[in-house]
Write a protein that binds this ligand. Structure first.
Ligand code: HEM
Ligand SMILES: *[C@@H]1O[C@H](CO)[C@@H](O)[C@H](O)[C@H]1NC(C)=O
Ligand SMILES: *[C@@H]1O[C@H](CO)[C@@H](O)[C@H](O)[C@H]1NC(C)=O
Ligand SMILES: *[C@@H]1O[C@H](CO)[C@@H](O)[C@H](O)[C@H]1NC(C)=O
Ligand SMILES: *[C@@H]1O[C@H](CO)[C@@H](O)[C@H](O)[C@H]1NC(C)=O
Length: 328
């Protein structure tokens, strides 16, 4: 081998090493072509089924996106959100935020189709990641590449949801801490909150802001008073069933309107309003609101790839579940 060639291959080797080391910091072993030999049709199977589902019911894109978020924030992206619990050991599903989780049957259907094509090969955690991406794409959101190779966990604990999933009443420092625990920074808090450009919320997620903010029958002073009047028409006190669009008028469209709302103090949750309490997240909100979101799609794609690497199980850790609701 010529000297120059040797040097080039040495440098390439060094570069690969550096990339590997960088990669190991959060997601050892995930790769875009992970199933290229063992389940080459995976991408098509998922895309086709999600296309079928979302063209019938566009409002299902939101819960499918939320499912992946919920999964990644509790124990990392290991499909623990999908496991059924028992009376003695209630799973994540049994936590109060479960009321807002929908679409388990869609995941089960995708998994069944994938199992038919490549039995015992593809994890439920990877299916969740692909489904979230394809669902967003179907409603004209951004595309992002989904590195694969996650393995499924064997544990799901109800109480861990309260400890790890951000809550609608969290302030900005708590949100930043919860995101940091999953390898996500302050910018990711702002960007990923933009997921609230689609979907609905139960009144319970914000009714304290309308009726009893500090326990004296008062309202949240950071919420636009005109908007409070409108929300009160939809949500009576103690209403636990009514759903409210988070981005009224465009709750099925993946756009940057969310940031315009937050900038106008019309973010539905305290956690949305909290983005105005930190200089970095506030600057991001106003930038997207003013420039009409020139970077939101690109930023969201990047942050979703990052979120999808949170504390993943790889290699021989965990297992490949046969049914997403049950450990093998
Ligand atoms: C910043 C911390 C976050 C908090 C506190 C939060 C909280 C919530 C709450 C309380 C709901 C309403 C659930 C219901 O009552 O049905 C909701 C809905 C939703 N969230 Fe978040 N969320 C956060 C971050 C995220 C992220 C990072 C994503 C995705 C990237 C996301 C995507 C969604 C979607 C799509 C819905 C609508 C679900 C539906 O229509 O069924 N959220 N969120
Ligand atoms: C998981 O629990 C749900 C709700 O209790 C039930 O409908 C479903 O059949 C269970 N799944 C399996 C595979 O046992
Ligand atoms: C969700 O939680 C409620 C009570 O908080 C419970 O009645 C319900 O069975 C749970 N749903 C699932 C699918 O576990
Ligand atoms: C945010 O909430 C946490 C937990 O409730 C609390 O300890 C902290 O003091 C709050 N921070 C601010 C700045 O309000
Ligand atoms: C408001 O909250 C306080 C303190 O939690 C409680 O005692 C009071 O009953 C609540 N008022 C209403 C109208 O729910």
């Amino acid at each position: 081998m010529a000297k120059g060639q040797k040097l080039v291959s040495f440098l390439t080797f060094q570069l690969i090493l550096v990339l590997l080391v960088l990669d190991q910091t959060n997601a050892q072993g995930l790769s875009l072509d992970y199933y290229s030999k063992t389940c080459p049709d995976l991408g098509n199977i998922v895309r086709k089924e999600i296309h079928r589902v979302i063209s019938i019911a566009p409002s299902l894109a939101a819960p499918l996106l939320r499912m992946h978020f919920h999964d990644c924030f509790v124990r990392g992206c290991d499909a623990s959100v999908l496991l059924n619990g028992t009376t003695n050991n209630p799973a994540e599903k049994a936590a109060i935020p479960n009321l807002s989780l929908r679409g388990f049957n869609i995941i089960d259907n995708v998994k069944a189709l994938v199992e038919k094509a490549c039995p015992g090969v593809v994890s439920c955690a990877d299916i969740l990641a692909l489904v979230a991406r394809d669902a967003v794409l179907e409603i004209h959101g951004p595309f992002w590449p989904v590195p694969l190779g996650r393995r499924d966990g064997r544990v799901s604990i109800m109480n861990q949801v309260f400890a790890e999933l951000p809550a609608p009443f969290h302030n900005i420092s708590t949100l930043k801490a919860f995101f940091a625990a999953k390898g996500l920074n302050t910018k990711d808090v702002a960007v990923l909150s933009g997921g609230h450009t689609i979907g609905t919320s139960h009144c319970g997620g914000f009714s304290n802001r309308l009726y009893n903010f500090t326990g004296r029958g008062d309202t949240d002073p950071t919420l636009d008073p005109n908007y409070i009047v409108k929300l009160k028409q939809k949500c009576k006190p103690a209403d636990t069933t009514t759903l409210v669009e988070m981005d009224p008028g465009s709750f099925k469209t993946f756009d940057e309107d969310y940031f315009t709302l937050v900038a106008k103090r019309r973010g539905l949750f305290q956690s949305d309003a909290a983005l105005l309490d930190d200089p970095e997240t506030k600057a991001y909100v106003f930038l997207q609101a003013q420039t009409h979101g020139s970077t939101f799609g690109k930023d969201f794609a990047q942050s979703m790839v990052k979120m999808g690497k949170a504390l993943v199980l790889t290699g021989t850790q965990g297992e490949i579940r046969k049914h997403c609701a049950l450990v093998n």
